[in-house]
Structure formats: C-alpha cells, structure tokens
Design a protein around this ligand. Structure first.
Ligand SMILES: Cc1cc2nc3c(=O)[nH]c(=O)nc-3n(C[C@H](O)[C@H](O)[C@H](O)COP(=O)(O)OP(=O)(O)OC[C@H]3O[C@@H](n4cnc5c(N)ncnc54)[C@H](O)[C@@H]3O)c2cc1C
Length: 410
C-alpha cells in the first residue's frame, strides 16, 4: 500500500454506494490515492430503477461513461390524477440542453446498471481501489492523520476520511452525533419490468389518488428497454408489511389507469420488487469536521419525491473532490477552504431538495379530509401544481447552469 498511499494524498472513503464510488473516481482523477472501504464483500446497489437528471448525466460523462448509446431512457415528467387526467408537464429548458449537450432532463436507468458503469470506470483507472469486508467501527484523529478502525481487520491511516456509508453512517454519527432518524410516514414499493409493447416510451407519469401514488417511467437496464414503476403509500415505523405483496400492490393499483396493471402483469414479483420505508433526519448545516467530510445519505437521506437520492450522492462525491483542487490534504487550511467551497455548493441545495420532497409527500399522502378534497380540486382545475413544481424545477436548472460550468459543452 505504501507506494500508492502517499502522505498528503491519502483519501479513505467508507462505503461503496453511489456517493462513495463517485467520490473515488473524482478524487482519483484529481491525482489522489484512494481506497474505498466497504463492509460487504463487494458493493451491492440497493433498489430497482432510478431517475437521473442532467447534472448527474454530465458528471457520469466526465467520468468517461458513454451516456449516449443505450445507457438510459430519456423521458418527459408528467403528473396526473388517478384517472389519468393531466396536472403537470415539466418543460425542457433549451438553455440547459445547449449548455450540457444533453437533451431533456430526466433519464430512467436500473440502479445496478448505473453503479456497474461507475465501477467499471473505477476498476479500469484504479484497480484494487475497493476493499471489501471492511466495516468501519470508529475513527481517531491524530497529528499525522485520521486512523480508521474496522471490525476484525487492521486499522488504516489516511489524510481525509470521506463518510459515504449511508443513512446509518458510523462516520457521520461520530462526527455529528446520533442522527434523530424519523419515519416520514411513507413506504415505497419499487418495481421494474421488461418493455411493454404499445406503451409510450417518451413520457413518464406520476399518478395520485387521495392517498396513494402509482407511477411509471421508461428506463433502460443493461441497454435494454424496460419500465420502472412504483407505488407510494402511507406507512409508519411499526406498520406491518403485507404478507402477500403482489395481492397488496394489485389491490392498490385498482383505482389507477389500466396501463399500471400491464406493468404488474409483466413484473417478476419474486425478484423485482423492493420495499423502501422512508426515514429522514433533521437537516444538518455542516457535513465536514476535522479530517472528515460526508456525502450522500450519510448527511441527507432522501424521500421519494426528491427522486434523486442516488443523483445527489453522485453529485456530492464529484463536488467534494473538485473542491480540493488537487492540493495537499494534510494542510488544515486547504481542508477548511475545500470544506467551505463544498458546503456552500451542496448543503442548502440538498437540504432544500429533501425538505421540498418531504412537503410534497405530506401534501399528497397525509392531508386529512376535507383538505385533501380541496387539494385535488385545486390540482385538477387550476394550474397551481404546475406552477409550484415548475418553479422549483426551473430554480434547480438555473442553479445547475451556474454550478457545473466545467462540464458544459456549449
Ligand atoms: C430499499 C431502498 C430503495 C431505494 N430506492 C431508491 C430509488 O429507487 N431511487 C433513489 O433515488 N433512491 C433510492 N433509495 C435511496 C438511495 O438508495 C440513496 O439515496 C443512495 O443510495 C445514497 O447513496 P449513498 O452512496 O450515500 O449511500 P448508500 O447507497 O446507502 O451506500 C452506503 C454504502 O456504505 C456501506 N456501509 C454502511 N456502513 C458501513 C460501515 N460501517 N463500514 C463500511 N461500509 C459501510 C453500505 O454497505 C453501502 O454499500 C433507496 C433506498 C433504499 C434503502
């Protein structure tokens, strides 16, 4: 390890999820010596399909991933009521399309495909970066660095520790305290299936009934067309799981447009369904301390309305590495300047996304009658939801135009 573990350049990343792998590629490209310590034998991407948006596509392209050919499926995002009556259609922003050279905004992909592509890049550029079977227990800061202590294996000293170890992060817990995780009252059933002939592949639809969401987006898995579909329903920390998941999901789908049932008919319920109970934490204002910097769910676990957990983790990893400008990690002033740059770029933005998603989740699933009746009347008969969602989306786009200029091609 000595030859490739140079003092001042040693980055130890804990967690081989999307945030950790993105950080590893970006720090490696910036000339640092990188190790990813993962508690499993090797990283296993959670969940089914994901939506990735333009900034993430730009980052993946900068990592050397071919995002043009058979990578993901471009889609227009629409909202409708449970009968299929349209409520919102998110426009594309020409200025962003020209700057990024990427048409549209949302792309559907199987999560394992996206993670595998990042792993391929990392393995090609820096084989042996990922070290499996290393579960971090604690860390210790000393004069010469930060020492990582693992269960049953030797400790390792580094100059910077990146906490990318997910919602129950040991790194974040030690740095910032117990995370006050709370259930947001929602459960998501994530599913995916092969292509369904005759279903439009240019549009994704998010349908809402009074308390339930049932939605689908076209996506690609290993270059082949398919669909991701999902249901969001009320839940709670002690809510029982249904014994017959397929029957439960089919029952929920009864009030939604028939197309949703076509996806269910083509889904392998024994393999391609992932339940996700949604937990959040109070927003943190600091993600970096001493020799520790955190990314992804370790500091901002998401809700489904952000549709963006993987995306934000990938962005964090990229921006964190960029903030160091290739400088000496053992210099406290370098670290302080990098942390300030990284946090200014990411903290308010991610906290806003998480909080906005939580509000949407509450508005769509937890409002009592008669407020939910009024909500549905307003969403069906006024442009209020279009205005609300489009305003937030346009603010995100204009921020991206400012935030990643080095990745634009136009
Ligand atoms: C079941 C489920 C389904 C989901 N589906 C979606 C979805 O469809 N779309 C979406 O956008 N988001 C989804 N999410 C959220 C999404 O997974 C996260 O937002 C995203 O993966 C965050 O990436 P991350 O790299 O920060 O953390 P993670 O992906 O959680 O990765 C953390 C990694 O750290 C490792 N680790 C943890 N503790 C230690 C330790 N002590 N030592 C060493 N390694 C450790 C873990 O094994 C893991 O590999 C889902 C979450 C869950 C739980």
């Amino acid at each position: 390890m000595e030859k490739t573990w140079r003092r001042g350049r040693r980055v130890a990343i804990v967690g081989g999820g999307p945030g950790g792998i993105s950080a590893a590629i970006a720090f490696n490209a910036a000339g640092y010596d990188v190790k990813v310590f993962e508690r499993s034998a090797k990283p296993r991407p959670l969940g089914g399909a994901v939506m990735i948006s333009t900034p993430v596509m730009e980052i993946l392209r900068s990592y050397g991933i071919d995002i043009v050919h058979n990578f993901a499926s471009q889609t227009v995002t629409n909202f409708a009521n449970h009968k299929g009556r349209p409520r919102v259609s998110l426009p594309f922003v020409k200025e962003l399309e020209l700057a990024s050279g990427i048409p549209g905004w949302h792309y559907g992909i199987l999560r394992s495909t996206a993670c595998d592509k990042m792993m391929e890049v990392l393995n090609a550029k820096a084989p042996d970066t990922i070290v499996g079977n290393h579960a971090l227990e604690s860390y210790e800061e000393t004069e010469s660095g930060v020492t990582l202590h693992f269960t049953n294996v030797e400790s390792v000293e580094a100059d910077l520790l990146v906490g990318a170890d997910g919602i129950r992060s040991a790194v974040s817990k030690q740095a910032f305290g117990e995370p006050d995780l709370f259930h947001v009252g929602l459960r998501v059933w994530l599913a995916w299936c092969e292509d369904v002939p005759g279903v439009d592949r240019d549009n994704g639809w998010i349908h809402h009934s009074r308390n339930v969401q049932a939605s689908y987006f076209p996506m690609k898995h290993e270059g082949k067309p398919g669909f991701e579909w999902w249901i969001v329903e009320r839940s709670g920390p002690n809510a029982p799981q249904p014994t017959d998941v397929e029957a439960h999901m089919r029952n929920l789908l009864r009030e939604f447009p028939p197309v949703m049932r076509q996806f269910a008919d083509r889904t392998d319920f024994s393999m391609n369904i992932f339940p996700w109970e949604i937990y959040n934490r109070s927003s943190l204002q600091e993600w970096c301390k001493g020799r520790v910097a955190c990314v992804g769910d370790a500091v901002h676990p998401v809700s489904p309305y952000a549709a963006y957990g993987m995306g934000m983790a990938i962005e964090d990893g990229y921006v964190l590495a960029r903030s160091f400008h290739g400088k000496d990690l053992s210099d406290p002033q370098v670290r302080q300047a990098a942390y300030a740059e990284y946090q200014a770029e990411r903290v308010d933005y991610c906290n806003h996304n998480v909080e906005f998603a939580r509000k949407l989740g509450y508005a769509f699933h937890r409002l009592p009658r008669p407020l939910s009746t009024l909500r549905d009347f307003a969403f069906d008969h006024t442009g209020i939801l279009q205005k609300f969602v489009e305003k937030d989306y346009r603010a995100t786009v204009s921020r991206i135009l400012r935030a990643l200029p080095e990745l634009h091609v136009g």
